[in-house]
Design a protein around this ligand. Structure first.
Ligand code: URA
Length: 245
């Protein structure tokens, strides 16, 4: 099979933290080597298995795609739907079979990863890996005074088991941050309901240690940096080492 090739500037901006503009500059200044030779042309075509070195470090290609989307309200966390707009339809720059890593409710905004890396997605969603998600919550109602310790102990929200330990940080009246390591259906809304609150706005701001890029307006997306991908991969390894202990 013929090896897939891509432009050198796209390769660098895909697999390093460099923007496309910075990648072009690095290439033109002779700091990028392909198979040991400096290549000064940003449109040179390179294969994913070639050795590309930038400033002395090898830049390895990821074969999978990883995006972060700032999911807007009103869009379904799905690939296709007969009636409604889906998050997959918002990612315009690839035809690959990427899918959302888990679900946010239709009215929830914020961080959603999309990828074609099935194994990573499976692990990030598996309860066994305890992947932390942080939500910014606005709510109405008066929460029980011991809501935070109750969240930490675990709540009965009608599931077979109580919820796992969750960290509730109350800031101003009606606003909170909540960190959970599970992903049960409507979990945040149900937890707040249990302690007297009604969630009026919900936004995921972080998952597995990767924060939503504040520069992304709702509906906008970008590829993850190599460092962010590594962080997700590390979060998806933890269960195995936990089990070995
Ligand atoms: N919890 C909820 O209630 N809704 C979401 O979309 C995510 C977590």
């Amino acid at each position: 099979m013929k090896e897939k090739k891509m432009r050198l500037d796209k390769y660098l901006s895909s697999f390093t933290q460099l923007s496309r503009k910075e990648a072009k500059k690095a290439i033109r200044s002779g700091r990028v080597f392909v198979e040991g030779e400096p290549v000064g042309k940003e449109d040179a075509r390179v294969g994913l298995h070639q050795k590309i070195v930038w400033e002395g470090n090898e830049v390895e290609a990821e074969e999978n795609l990883y995006y972060m989307l700032n999911k807007p309200a009103g869009v379904l966390s799905a690939v296709t739907d007969k009636k409604e707009r889906t998050v997959r339809e918002l990612i315009l720059d690839t035809n690959r079979d990427i899918f959302p890593v888990g679900r946010l409710d239709k009215d929830t905004e914020g961080l959603l990863f999309l990828t074609d890396d099935g194994m990573l997605a499976h692990r990030l969603l598996s309860p066994a890996y305890h992947v932390e998600k942080i939500y910014y919550v606005e709510y109405e109602g008066c929460l029980l005074p011991d809501a935070a310790p109750l969240f930490l102990e675990g709540l009965d929200i009608g599931e077979r088991k109580i919820t796992g330990p969750a960290r509730l940080e109350l800031s101003q009246e009606g606003k909170a941050l909540l960190t959970i390591s599970e992903g049960k259906y409507h979990q945040v809304k149900r937890m707040f309901a249990r302690v007297g609150g009604r969630v009026t706005y919900l936004k995921r701001i972080s998952m597995a240690g990767v924060a939503l890029d504040e520069k992304l307006m709702p509906g906008k997306y970008r590829q993850l940096t190599a460092e962010e991908i590594n962080r997700l991969k590390k979060a998806a390894q933890r269960e195995r080492s936990d089990r070995r202990r």
